[in-house]
Design a protein around this ligand. Structure first.
Ligand code: 26Q
Length: 829
């Protein structure tokens, strides 16, 4: 009898944990029957996707349980990465990779008559982020788990992620992204892990039981946050961390009054408004002034997360809240969660009755702040009125933080009243505001930028006064990307070539790519290198043909620019060069140039007028060029609709040339630039963000540099930028602008692009025309270099070989060592 029970138990556990093809096949079959619940005849690839996803989730669950248990047992410190965005991308392929069961899963699906790629393609993209900052958070979770560091990602479970982009007559159209429509097999809802979040109302004094005068917050509204947990499996280890996303619910009891008086609809209305809190991701990658719901989203997820952390602390035997900094590191991914500084103070002082100084030392020792922008317009500031109505107690706490902080400034810089005014957390320009970057800086023991240049500029510009006060708080942490997703998973051809050439150690030690340098001039290796790139270009071409109807020749150079559409990123500078090539071919029918495919991708914020017009211009020029037999033997232009993590997997590996052409000093780091380099693209770029370090690592001879430096940009601006001077000096540029204005690309319409041309000529803070000549000359160098395909391959191989620094494993190791003091916990099963 016991034998029967034991063997049944063994079989059951096998069903949840077996890792070979037969086990997976059984687990899929089991989930198809018991979790998906469809008769065999009705099964579609999507059902297989969900069944396999559930089987894979099962296989992470023992790791998940062991990871939490063992890190608690060892009293290990945990990193909490607080981020309003996590741009995770599809999970199935990545989880199979990290569990090292891709081959088994492929075989299991094949034995069930299913195509692996078709099944994986059924996964909808969880697009819970705008771009770089959200994707960085996802790469960091992957590295934390792979490096066996205990970590929790905390964020928002948006019901609708970043919009889906389509084009109508070349204009961007936004469609809602209902990513949860078919359920989400990766998450586990934890309705019992829930917290109440207050909002609005006022504060009042009261006398507590010990006779002390205290303050309490009497809210106008209470919202409930419920946890949804997604496992984050490390590569080749048992560590499985967690991403906890909070979803808003109505508090059932709150509207009881209305129920009792029979006003059912009013009761349900409270539910409707509460649940809008996590309804949709704001699709801007810059703050929009004064959006109350956005502040509520931020406070909502930060409050839930801090309550959860405090709850974990309370559950630990013999550990007091004073030890918070020894147990948890709280990292602020930009200022979006920076209200956490005031919220932790409120919890410690108002709720836990700690003395202010002790509470403040705990807070500062626990928080770290990562800044992702220098653009003054992109620094978050909340109108004081809105802030006080929404978070009255937090505003009082911020005043007190500010009062004590400014006393410290006065003590250090006696008589420097202007400095005190500049450093106040309360801004006075254009109406009073709460300056969130200042709050984050004052409330954190560590502040970092995301590339060497950016961190230097941070210390010299937006946070200069703070650097002078606390130089020891500041450091640089150059961004990184995960080589698991952005090489192993998305570039299987290159992965095999690397494995064959240098072994597979690069997956967890990207510096090993240096081993490729020994093969750089090996003709056989070079041949395979080119074949891999060629087949990646074919794969992208097929996708583009299907999604846009434009056919690209994979023997052409693929010149790619994918990123959010922004004036500072200067997609329009690329367009000017493309039009110049078009113009030259039209003027000289005998001209022969190396054929190039220009690929663009990226979303514009729905309300960003100029960015939307840039998209229209790219599509309009594409329409003209692609249909003109005089030129379409030499150039074509495609705008990939709806650039996202999923299609990024096809795009980075297919690039020959990576466009990183922002105005120097404006792009904090960039991470797409790293993904291209890893996959063997050469970069044409300015000395901006991480480009500086990419060029340093690759060697200047393997990087196409152009444009003004940051210093020069500032000088030109100081001395007065006069765009017309650049036009007067350059007939080709004059002709290019003339073509746009003439309606050449708009069926004779001379109005549609006028705002763009006017902007370039009269009101361009990003100095496009100042860099035009340099950019075009550099593009001519690119074209010449492309003619020598051996030399190009040499440079391409060296770019990959020298990309090791840009692994998120390197970045996360630095964060763990310098900021978080979080070490590895070896999880055993
Ligand atoms: C803030 C308030 C209200 C509404 C929206 C926002 C908001 C949302 C997203 C502000 C900014 C963002 C995203 C910023 C972002 O992605 N920045 C990029 O971060 C990357 C990772 O560090 C860098 O590589 C890029 O250079 C930087 O632009």
């Amino acid at each position: 009898m016991t034998d029967v029970v034991n063997s049944a138990a063994a079989e059951a556990s096998h069903l949840r944990s077996g890792l070979d093809a037969a086990d997976l096949r059984e687990a899929i079959t089991d989930h198809l029957r018991y979790s998906i619940g469809r008769p065999a005849a009705a099964l579609r690839p999507d059902h297989y996707y969900r069944a396999l996803a559930l089987a894979v989730r099962d296989r992470m669950q023992d790791n998940r349980v062991a990871s939490t248990q063992q890190s608690l047992d060892q009293g290990a410190k945990v990193t909490c990465y607080l981020s309003a965005e996590f741009l995770m991308g599809p999970q199935l392929g990545n989880n199979l990779l990290n569990l090292q069961i891709e081959d088994a899963a492929r075989a299991a699906l094949e034995s069930l008559g299913q195509d692996y790629d078709e099944v994986l393609a059924c996964e909808p993209e969880p697009g819970l982020g705008n771009g770089g900052l959200g994707r960085l958070a996802a790469c960091y979770l992957d590295s934390l788990a792979t490096l066996e560091r205990p970590a929790i990602g905390y964020g928002i479970r948006y019901e609708f992620g970043i919009f889906k982009q389509e084009f109508n007559d070349g204009w961007q159209v936004e469609l809602t992204d209902n990513w949860l429509a078919n359920g989400n097999p990766w998450e586990i809802a934890k309705p019992d892990v829930n917290y109440l979040v207050n909002w609005g109302g006022h504060t009042e004094h009261y006398i507590d039981d010990s006779g002390a005068d205290r303050i309490r917050w009497v809210p106008r509204q209470v919202i409930k946050g419920v946890a949804y947990d997604t496992p984050i499996q490390g590569y080749g280890v048992h560590t499985c961390n967690v991403l906890t996303l909070w979803s808003a619910r109505a508090v059932e009891s709150f509207a009881l009054d209305a129920f009792n008086t029979g006003d059912y609809y009013k009761a349900v209305e409270s539910e409707v408004t509460s649940e809008t809190v996590t309804k949709v991701l704001y699709p801007n990658d810059e703050p929009e002034a004064g959006k109350r719901l956005r502040l509520l989203q931020q406070y909502f997820f930060v409050s839930c997360s801090l309550q959860h952390v405090v709850h974990i602390m309370d559950d630990l035997a013999d550990v007091s809240l004073q030890e918070l900094p020894q147990r948890f590191a709280l990292q602020l991914n930009d200022t979006h969660p920076s209200i956490g500084v005031a919220e932790l103070m409120r919890i410690l002082v108002d709720e836990r009755r700690l003395d202010w100084d002790l509470a403040w030392s705990i807070t500062v020792a626990t928080f770290g702040y990562t800044n992702h922008t220098l653009l003054p317009e992109a620094l978050e500031k909340w109108p004081l009125g809105l802030f006080g109505e929404s978070l009255p107690r937090h505003l009082e706490i911020i005043y007190e933080i500010n009062r004590r902080f400014l006393d410290e400034v006065r003590a250090k810089f006696p008589g420097d009243v202007d400095r005190v005014r500049r450093m106040s957390l309360i801004g006075e320009e254009g109406g009073q505001t709460v300056k969130m970057a200042y709050l984050a800086t004052v409330g954190s023991h560590a502040v970092n930028g995301v590339a060497a240049l950016h961190s230097d500029l941070l210390k010299a510009s937006v946070l200069k006064d703070f650097y002078e006060l606390w130089p020891e708080r500041f450091s640089n942490k150059t961004n990184g990307v995960t080589p698991r997703r952005f090489l192993a998973l998305s570039n299987p051809g290159l992965r095999s070539l690397l494995d064959d050439t240098i072994g597979d150690g690069w997956l967890t030690d990207l510096d090993r790519l240096r081993g490729l340098e020994a093969f750089v001039d090996d003709p056989q290796f070079r041949q395979r290198w080119r074949e891999v790139k060629r087949s990646n270009k074919s794969r992208l071409s097929e996708f583009l043909l299907a999604s846009t109807g434009v056919e690209l020749d994979p023997t052409w150079m693929f010149d790619i620019q994918v990123k959010r559409i922004h004036e500072y990123k200067r997609q329009h500078l690329s367009v000017l060069h493309i039009i110049r090539q078009y113009f030259r071919l039209k003027m000289d029918p005998t001209l022969q140039i190396a054929p190039r495919a220009y690929v663009f991708g990226g979303k514009a914020a729905p309300g960003y007028y100029m960015a939307k017009r840039i998209i229209k211009l790219i599509n309009a020029v594409g329409e003209t060029v692609n249909h003109d037999p005089d030129v379409n033997r030499f150039m074509k232009i495609v705008f990939v609709p709806n650039f996202n993590v999923q299609n990024a997997h096809l795009i980075y590996p297919a690039a020959n040339l990576s466009e990183q052409i922002s105005t120097a000093g404006k792009e904090a780091s960039g991470t797409g630039n790293m993904k291209f380099m890893l996959n063997g693209a050469l970069t044409i770029g300015t000395l901006d963000g991480a480009n500086v370090e990419i060029r340093q690592e690759a060697g200047p001879e393997n990087f196409f540099l152009f444009g003004l430096t940051e210093d020069e940009v500032e000088r030109v601006k100081r001395e007065g930028y006069r765009p017309s001077e650049y036009v007067d000096r350059n007939d080709e540029l004059k002709a290019v602008l003339g073509l746009i204005s003439s309606g050449q690309f708009s069926h004779g319409d001379t109005e549609v692009f006028r705002p763009l041309v006017d902007n370039l000529l009269h009101d361009d803070p990003f100095l496009v025309l100042a860099d035009y000549a340099s950019y075009v000359a550099c593009q001519d160098e690119v074209a010449a270099a492309w003619q020598d395909s051996d030399a190009w391959s040499h440079m391409s191989i060296l770019n990959t070989a020298r990309s090791g620094k840009f692994s998120s494993d390197r970045a996360i190791t630095e964060y763990c060592d310098d900021i978080w003091n979080v070490g590895p916990v070896k999880v055993e099963i």
